[in-house]
Ligand binder design. Structure first.
Ligand code: URA
Length: 217
């Protein structure tokens, strides 16, 4: 039986597959909505589909995806345990950066995915994903830190910034940093749960004032 979160995602996926609101749909092969568990505690958000993703209709299935799978293995997670999506659902031509207007046009899909899944932690992969949620943050400073922010469309969320696996794949020092940041994910999720419990037991029904974009843990 499919959960109500899954049902919402199924509905959303149908709508995304029919979307042609921006020019990216004119040149891509197919829309890549996202993949994973509707009940995931952790949602990973990348930049946009590349060549392999465009061909298969699934996110992170190329070289960067293989590296991501390896890192998930290190923290005892499988792809089925998490949810992965991108800030743009259609491949930018020749893998160029998505334009700000393309990211904004695609944002309502991502917003609805986040609200349907309601993850404990959003892990941003790369600078485009970081910029959409925490504008102005530099990835060289924000990586490996948990940051909380309230956004009207998705509420108060905890974000954890990582370097993009594709950028780190062939860069030895960035690769080491990424793996080291990645290993901290389970601890960050535990901290998020603990802080939610404290909020719940200390002041029932009252959300504490949030520190916008401050490092939490
Ligand atoms: N890079 C991304 O940002 N997303 C993918 O789905 C694949 C590669």
């Amino acid at each position: 039986m499919s959960s109500s979160r899954q049902a919402q995602l199924n509905e959303l996926n149908k709508k995304m597959l029919a979307c042609n609101k921006c020019v990216l749909r004119e040149t891509c092969t197919q829309v890549v909505p996202g993949e994973g568990s509707a009940e995931a505690e952790i949602m990973f958000i990348g930049e946009g589909p590349g060549k392999d993703e465009d061909k298969q209709g699934l996110p992170f299935v190329g070289a960067a995806g293989k590296f991501l799978n390896e890192m998930l293995g290190i923290i005892n997670l499988k792809r089925e345990d998490i949810y992965i999506a991108n800030v743009v659902k259609c491949r930018p031509p020749a893998n160029r950066d998505p334009l700000p207007e393309e990211v904004e046009t695609c944002w309502p899909w991502l917003e609805q995915q986040i609200n349907a899944i309601n993850p404990k932690l959003i892990v941003t992969l790369g600078r485009h994903s970081l910029e959409r949620f925490l504008p102005g943050q530099k990835i060289s400073q924000a990586h490996g830190k948990a940051l909380r922010r309230n956004m009207p469309e998705i509420g108060t969320r905890t974000f954890y910034a990582l370097y993009h696996p594709a950028a780190a794949l062939y860069n030895g020092s960035m690769r080491e940093v990424l793996i080291s940041d990645f290993k901290k994910i389970p601890k960050v999720v535990e901290e998020v749960k603990k802080s939610k419990n404290e909020i719940a037991s200390n002041t029932p029904g009252v959300e504490p004032e949030e520190d916008n974009q401050e490092s939490l843990f």
